[in-house]
Design a protein around this ligand. Structure first.
Ligand code: C2G
Length: 136
């Protein structure tokens, strides 16, 4: 069984996230999503999520591509996650391109960066809602 892992905040879940999760799952048979906790988001990414960790986890667990959701509590857990979950492929959107190549050196996992869905983002959704714009 090929095991895939990916990381993210996934706040205000949108089709860009779904595109990423679908393609990540296509890399194997079992997809683990490591979801940023509220504390990690605030302390390390200065992101205040609209939905709490529990709500974001509930949404992700309802997605057919996702097999397991675990917490992301710090920047440095990736190598141990990849090893302890026997991951074959580490996937991130290409806004992170190159940032996680060290995983390939320090573990047996392959690192893949997938193209982002360019026109959508959580921050854009928030801006559009504030200005009353409907995406359609
Ligand atoms: N993504 C995408 N297309 C978008 C928006 C996001 O493909 N329009 C991808 C991102 O590239 C990322 C994943 O969806 O791979 C989750 O995006 P975020 O929730 O914004 O995650 P991020 O804040 O980048 O956190 O340690 C890594 C971090 O936890 C990643």
């Amino acid at each position: 069984m090929k095991r895939v892992i990916t990381y993210g905040t996934f706040d205000l879940l949108h089709y860009g996230h779904i595109n990423l999760l679908r393609r990540a799952k296509e890399q194997g048979d079992y997809l683990i999503v490591v979801l940023s906790t509220d504390e990690f988001n605030w302390n390390e990414k200065q992101k205040k999520c609209y939905f709490s960790y529990e709500k974001r986890k509930q949404l992700l667990e309802a997605i057919r591509y996702v097999d397991l959701v675990i917490p992301e509590e710090n920047w440095d857990q990736k190598v141990s996650d990849v090893k302890s979950y026997h991951i074959d492929t580490f996937v991130m959107g290409d806004d992170w391109s190159g940032k996680f190549d060290f995983i390939q050196e320090e573990t047996d996992a392959e690192v893949i960066y997938l193209a982002r869905t360019p026109e959508i983002s959580t921050s854009q959704i928030k801006k559009d809602l504030e200005s009353g714009k409907i995406k359609g």
